[in-house]
Ligand binder design. Structure first.
Ligand code: PXP
Length: 243
């Protein structure tokens, strides 16, 4: 089994800052602590409405973050332009609706192949790795490869939020099959959304999943134990899940 990497999503540190219009807490500081605690990647989502991460965070983190920087963004001209300007190591293309509380559902790559392929090509030509955040559906996995992505991030929300054990078991099986399909197509397989300290074990045990991007649960745990320990506890839980 490959070692599982942790991408720490620091968006919700910025959510707290934006809530009061202060300069603190600074997600740049959170990213540095996460790195020290062993994070393999820093993930940020620059939303069109700038509700948490703002352009300054991307600009400063591009200079300060030492592990790979993963920018989640919508497939828009504005965002592609910003990615080409700041050159994060990876761009994860996600769907975005203004009213949603968080990213709901994966990107419909199949339904907008030309648009996704065009953005993917432009980003890859600039040396940026491209990941597509998709539902764990085989047709979306295959479409992601056709669009030129080298990484897929499987949306784990339906598993994590599944209301019954039976639904969660079915969703875990979908994730397993999608991960196998992605691997067979030569894609790097990541996963994320809704992962916490309880459900991470089963996700960490999925075949071929190499990276988890986790935000909300780590930021919430940090309120009680501090950011460094919250990240370290998640890494320990991932190792336990893989054992
Ligand atoms: N991965 C992607 C693509 C996301 O959009 C999000 C949410 O911003 C996450 C991972 C992290 O999700 P959570 O905050 O629920 O851990």
């Amino acid at each position: 089994m490959v070692a599982l990497r942790l991408g720490v999503n620091v968006d919700h540190v910025a959510t707290l800052r934006q809530q009061r219009g202060t300069r603190y807490p600074d997600p740049v500081y959170a990213a540095a602590i996460a790195e020290q605690a062993g994070a393999d990647q820093i993930t940020i989502h620059l939303r069109e409405d700038r509700r948490h991460i703002v352009d300054r965070d991307l600009r400063v983190m591009r200079e300060t973050v030492q592990v790979p920087l993963n920018l989640e963004m919508a497939v828009t001209e504005e965002m592609v332009g910003l990615a080409l300007k700041y050159k994060p190591d990876t761009v994860t293309l996600v769907p975005e609706k203004r009213e949603e509380r968080t990213t709901e559902g994966g990107l419909d790559v199949l339904g907008q192949m030309d648009r996704v392929r065009d953005a993917t090509t432009r980003l890859k030509d600039a040396g940026i790795a491209v990941s597509l955040f998709i539902d764990p559906a085989i047709d979306q996995v295959a479409a992601s490869q056709l669009a030129g992505a080298t990484i897929i991030e499987l949306h784990t929300g339906d598993y994590c939020d599944g209301p019954t054990p039976a639904i969660r078991a079915a969703e875990l099986e979908r994730l397993r099959l999608a991960a196998i399909a992605g691997h067979e197509l030569g894609l790097v397989v990541a996963a994320g959304h809704g992962i916490d300290y309880r459900n991470v074990h089963e996700i960490a045990a999925l075949p071929h999943v190499e990276e988890l991007n986790i935000g909300h649960s780590i930021v919430c745990q940090a309120v009680f134990v501090g950011f460094e320990r919250a990240v370290a506890e998640m890494i320990a839980a991932m190792v336990e899940g893989q054992a």
